[in-house]
Structures are given as C-alpha cells and as structure tokens.
Design a protein around this ligand. Structure first.
Ligand code: ADP
Ligand code: MG
Length: 465
C-alpha cells in the first residue's frame, strides 16, 4: 500500500508518463500550495497576535467571543437536558442524560434543513426548529410541562455576539445560510418565541457554539482537555482562557478563573496578510456567498476543499493538460466536486486508480480518463488536503502556545466529518504541529470528539442553571 503523504516533501502522487508541459504545470501548482515550516510558524504567530487583539477589543477579525460558560466540567454533573444543534449539514435534536463519572447517554434524531429554509425569512426557520423540538418530544415520549419545563441548550454554530449564557445576537450567517431577519437579533429570543407561540413547554437556557459544546463535552470525559475543534462543514475552535486575560470583558464578575472562548477562527486573516491565496482560492472566494469573509475557513473546511480542487482541475482542463481538454456538465457545476471524493481519491491505492476512475467517469460523467489524468487528479487532492491539514495545525499551535500546557501534556477534542473521514488528516496535523512546536507536540493528543454539540449544549444548560 502506498502511504498517504504527510508533508509536501513526502512522495506525492507520481506520474508514469507525462509531458514536460504537464510536469511544469504540476510543479508550479505544487509550489503554490506548499506551506513550508517557516511559513507555517509565521501564520501561527500572526494567529496568536490576532487572538490577543480579539481578547482586548470587540469587533476584531478573530472575534474571540466570550461564551459566558465559566468553569470546567468535572465529569460529575448529572441530569437530563435537551439539545438542539443548528449550523451543520443537519439539524439535530438530542435528549442528553448526564450520568456522572464522565458518562452520558444520548437519544437523538436528525432533521433536514432545506435551502429554502436556509435562505428564506428567518422566522420560518425558527418556527421549523420549534416544530422539530415538538416532534422530537412526542416521538420519543419525553414529558415536559408548563410547570416543569425541560431545559434546552441551543447549539447555534454561527458567529454570535454573546452577552449572557442565554443571550446572543447573530453577527452574520456562514456556511450557506443567508436567512434575512436574523442578523442583529437574539437567537435565543427568536427560538423561545417560536416555542412559546407553538406552546412547546421547553425553556432555552443556554446558547453555545458547536465548538464550545465540543470542548465542554470532551472536558467532561477527559479532564486534561485544552481545546475543542470543529473540522466539518466549517472550522472553528474554543478553549479555556483566564478571565483576567479577557480584557474586553468589562462588567463581568464571577468567582471563576476561566471562561470558554469561542475563537471564531474561520475569519482569521480576512485582511489577507499571511494566508497563501492562489488564483483558485480567489475564484472560490469571489463566487462564494460571502466574499472576503471566512478566509481561513475557505482553506480548511469540508464545504470548500472540493471546490478548490475543482478550480484547479478546470484550470488544467482549459490548458488541455487534463481529460484531453474536455470537462463534463457535472464537473462544470460549482461545488459538484465533493470533498468526500477527495477522501476516496487520496485513499485510492489501486495501481490504475480504479476508485478515482469511478468517481470521475461515473459520478462526474467524464466520458473517459487516462491513468495520467487520474494521477494528476490525485496529486491535486493531495495538495489541497495537505494544505488544509497544515493550516489547521497552524491555528492549533497558536492556541496551544496561548495556554500553559502542563508537563503531562493535553488533549484536544475534534469533531467533524473532515477529521473523521479524510485519510491521514490527523497524522498530517500532527506532523505540522511537530514542525511548529517541536518535541512537545508529542504530548498532545488529538481525539475524535463526536456528538460534542449535543452533550456540550446539555452541559452548558446545566452550568447555566
Ligand atoms: P457539520 O460540520 O455540518 O456539523 P459534518 O461534521 O458531518 O457536519 O461535516 C460535513 C462536511 O464534511 C461536509 O461539508 C462534507 O464536505 C465533509 N465530508 C463528509 N464526508 C466526508 C468524507 N468522507 N471525507 C471528507 N469530507 C467529508
Ligand atoms: Mg457538526
């Protein structure tokens, strides 16, 4: 089996027979995507500076949103709570039973959010959420009454200006949502209003970002958790910051030492100072529904990786270096080259790249492909995937440096399909972390933290009580 390359200097996909013009085009693209150790460290340093700016003042690019979740879960918390998770590919409703001893049981149901709900009046979207809560309660026979309302933690994974654990207004939509009538509004109020109008006896007591939820849920199970991360449709991170470092938090008094900060790192470097943008990134950005926003997210997350790769492939087609110069109707469609395909292609270790062939010829309907074509496609996926993992590591290493990591090491909880399914994403991150942090990186565990948004929201609902 051919190992999956972990760095740009590892053996990337080789080519059996290709022309000089192929070779030089591929070398040129490879250079554009490469991020060496020095560059990685520079990006990480800038990231750390941006974090500190965000802790000092409101309205910074890296928003460093205070979550108002203070304290670190002990694992001993108990109780039954509801959680509603909006902001991923699916809407998820959960009943979470915190059993103590770091144990939980969860019952959950997923619901679709249609494009018309994502982009129609926000009121309809929130009414739909309330309907899903109602449906969930009846389907699972969960009793809640007007006198004794169940508490719900609302995981809302969009940038929010949070002013209390149960209050926060949407700053802007991301990840394909545009629903008018929500920006600037308190999303807890909107959800509670919809629940009340529909007479669903549930009280929304906590608002958390999925990243905050992931951190809390992971910390419930592993006491040395430092950071919660999302690598899915979008990307973001949350960590425990000393309250005394959160300079912008003026009128907040608490006995606690730490507060969870939702970094909102997707927006890092919207100013374009350090991220190595290629023309393929520029094209993606210009055609996205949020140009010049979420700069880092567009390099890293599942929503965008396939599209970057598609842009590279189209460029090679137009230069008659790929597929004999012909595209297909499918490949010409924005977002049709899915990030999931990249996972399959990177993992394809058949001699003739049969799995890659199937994707290209059956899923994307290209009439025929040569082995060289498929090798080029694989190389392009490697470049885009490697760059994403290394940039994730740049962000992680900045946060790790911001915290005092104990001698014994620490744990990072990561949720999201990209981390779960993309081949060697974790190993690539680890390699890049070692380049940034040296041997200390060996003491950092990267763990999958599934379902964090549900359990985490329940913990927040509990901590808010
Ligand atoms: P969300 O972040 O929306 O809560 P997920 O964590 O499941 O949900 O992430 C969904 C994203 O993960 C999609 O944008 C998709 O591109 C990406 N994805 C799904 N399956 C795979 C896969 N097998 N390999 C790589 N990326 C994937
Ligand atoms: Mg998610």
């Amino acid at each position: 089996m051919t190992p999956i390359p972990l760095t740009f200097t590892d053996k990337l996909q080789e080519f059996n027979d290709c022309s000089e013009s192929h070779k030089s085009a591929i070398d040129e693209i490879t250079k554009e995507f490469e991020i060496n150790t020095d560059k990685l460290k520079k990006i990480s340093e800038h990231f750390r500076n941006e974090m500190n700016k965000g802790l000092e003042k409101h309205g910074q690019t890296v928003a460093m949103v205070p979550s108002y979740v203070t304290g670190i879960p002990t694992g001993k918390e108990v109780g039954t709570f509801l959680a509603l998770d909006l902001g991923g590919t699916n809407l998820r409703m959960c009943q979470v039973n915190l059993e103590g001893d770091g144990k939980v049981s969860v019952r959950q149901q997923k619901y679709k959010v249609s494009d018309s709900l994502k982009n129609g009046e926000a009121r309809h979207l929130f009414d739909y959420l309330a309907d899903c809560v109602d449906k969930f309660l009846s389907e699972f026979n969960i009793s809640s009454s007007a006198e004794d309302k169940l508490k719900l933690g609302f995981t809302f994974s969009f940038p929010v200006d949070q002013t209390a654990i149960n209050k926060g207004s949407l700053i802007y939509w991301t990840k394909g949502y545009t629903a008018p009538g929500a920006v600037g509004k308190d999303v807890v109020f909107m959800l509670q209003d919809s629940l009340n109008r529909k007479v669903v006896p549930v009280e929304v007591t906590a608002l958390v970002n999925d990243t905050v939820g992931t951190l809390l849920a992971h910390a419930y199970k592993h006491s040395n958790t430092l950071l919660g991360v999302i690598l899915g449709t979008g990307t973001n991170g949350a960590y425990f910051e000393k309250i005394s470092n959160i300079k912008k938090l003026k009128s907040f008094s608490s006995n606690a030492d730490h507060m969870v900060i939702n970094i909102e790192w997707g927006a890092f470097d919207n100013e374009r100072k350090v991220l190595p943008l290629t023309m393929f990134d520029n094209k993606l950005d210009r055609k996205s529904n949020n140009p010049r926003k979420q700069a880092l997210e567009k390099f890293i997350s599942g929503m965008y990786l396939g599209e970057i790769a598609r842009n590279v492939l189209l460029n090679l087609i137009d230069r008659t270096l790929l597929f004999d110069g012909f595209s297909s109707k499918d490949l010409n469609n924005q977002y049709y080259f899915e990030t999931e395909y990249m996972s399959t292609i990177e993992a394809d270790d058949t001699n003739t790249l049969e799995k890659t062939k199937r994707i290209l010829e059956e899923s994307l309907n290209l009439p025929s492909t040569t082995l060289t074509d498929r090798q080029i496609v694989k190389r392009v996926c490697q470049l885009v995937g490697l760059r994403a993992a290394r940039l994730s590591a740049a962000a992680l290493s900045a946060v790790i440096s911001q915290c005092n990591v104990p001698e014994s090491g620490c744990n990072i909880g990561i949720d999201g399909s990209l981390f779960l399914f993309y081949p060697s994403f974790k190993e690539r991150i680890k390699r890049a972390l070692k380049e940034c942090l040296g041997p200390n990186a060996d003491k950092i565990e990267l763990d999958l933290a599934p379902d964090g948004s549900g359990v985490g929201a329940a913990l927040a609902a509990m901590l808010s009580a």
